[in-house]
Design a binder for this molecule. Structure first.
Ligand code: SF4
Length: 356
């Protein structure tokens, strides 16, 4: 479901926001290849005038193949990574002379060209021939790791396989060119490494990193991997022997398990600090409650995160409209019908006698 939404929203975003670029409106594999080689390790703004100059001077692969190498290198000057220019020229000759000027039209054929890696092959295959191959590059790693909260390091074999499989699954097979262009543009102009435009993002309601406040930490590289600590303050709202529970929703840990109403903060707060938070004041506008006690901190370690939770036990003196928040009121005797995260079970085992 979340995957379908991703592709749908991405294409919607692209329909509104795509950048008009000269190589986007062509199906000429030569021009697409030319643009992709120029754009390797190069920003679009920097590469664009080079593409225009190359296209004008070498409108066909034969023109490029027949050009003197020195001239090609001069045309490339300022772009850096000069092996790209040499490979470009070498490959142009190979296509012009060995392949009779016919650009390869299969993914394998394109991938076999000198200077063409997995990413470039998928881009050319989809843009020129609508072949269903998903691009995977830094932009794609970043977007997918954030949206799906995927914390497998992207610089490991496992991470590379996982992201490649995920990208393939998400690819709109009927519109691979549009999809690939959309995800590249989205990563480059919206879900950027620094200061992504989350506030105006139409993906934000389904984006795990946005929900968990981990956007700035993703994607993860193995060398930099560090555990994220989250601080939960659980409100154990006791009313006539019953307690309010809530079912955890999508886009966060422990989906579909039950826990208590929660206030999450950047650190563990004292009770008096907690009572001043907006969340607390929203829950208890009339301030009619009787706080029994705050528990010791409990912790649970997950794969890439640590949870620290305290439990605030509260007797309600006013009608608390938990249903307004989607909570359910459950008798303690019925707790065994509900699945809780381990940290709640630890607390209940430790503290159940104090509660009731
Ligand atoms: S909400 Fe932010 S992190 Fe998530 S997809 Fe949108 S821009 Fe990227």
């Amino acid at each position: 479901m979340q995957k379908k939404k991703f592709t749908k929203h991405l294409l919607e975003w692209f329909a509104e926001s795509h950048r008009p670029l000269p190589w986007k409106d062509t199906k000429d594999a030569y021009l697409i290849w030319l643009s992709e080689i120029i754009l390797q390790q190069t920003r679009v703004e920097q590469g664009l005038p080079y593409f225009e100059r190359f296209r004008e001077r070498y409108p066909s692969v034969h023109d490029l193949a027949d050009a003197p190498e020195d001239e090609v290198m001069r045309m490339w000057e300022g772009l850096g990574y000069y092996s790209r220019a040499r490979n470009l020229h070498f490959t142009a000759k190979h296509i012009a002379y060995d392949l009779d000027g016919k650009f390869p039209d299969t993914h394998a054929g394109i991938r076999a060209l000198k200077g063409v890696g997995d990413y470039t092959a998928a881009a050319i295959a989809s843009f020129a021939y609508d072949l269903p191959h998903a691009v995977v590059d830094g932009n794609v790693y970043r977007v997918l790791s954030r949206y799906f909260g995927e914390e497998t390091p992207i610089d490991t074999t496992q991470g590379k396989k996982l992201f490649a499989a995920l990208a393939d699954e998400l690819l709109d097979k009927k519109n691979p060119a549009t999809y690939n262009q959309a995800i590249m543009d989205f990563g480059a102009t919206h879900c950027m490494p620094k200061k992504p435009l989350c506030a105006s993002c139409l993906m934000k309601n389904n984006c795990v990193a946005f929900a968990e406040n981990t956007v700035h930490l993703l994607p993860i590289k193995s060398k930099k991997m560090k555990k994220i600590t989250r601080y939960f303050h659980y409100l154990v709202l006791n009313e006539g022997g019953k307690v309010w529970l809530r079912k955890r929703g999508p886009g966060d840990i422990w989906q579909n398990l039950y826990d208590f109403p929660i206030i999450e903060k950047e650190k563990t707060l004292t009770l008096s600090e907690l009572e001043k938070t907006n969340e607390w004041l929203t829950f208890f506008p009339k301030k009619k409650y009787h706080t029994k006690k705050i528990s010791r901190p409990f912790s649970q370690t997950l794969t890439h995160r640590k949870i620290i939770a305290v439990f605030v036990e509260i007797d309600l003196d006013e009608d608390f409209d938990g249903e307004k928040y989607g909570f359910v009121q459950v008798a303690r005797a019925d707790f065994d019908r509900y699945a809780f995260p381990r940290i709640l079970n630890d607390y209940l085992k430790d503290d159940v006698l104090e509660l009731f």
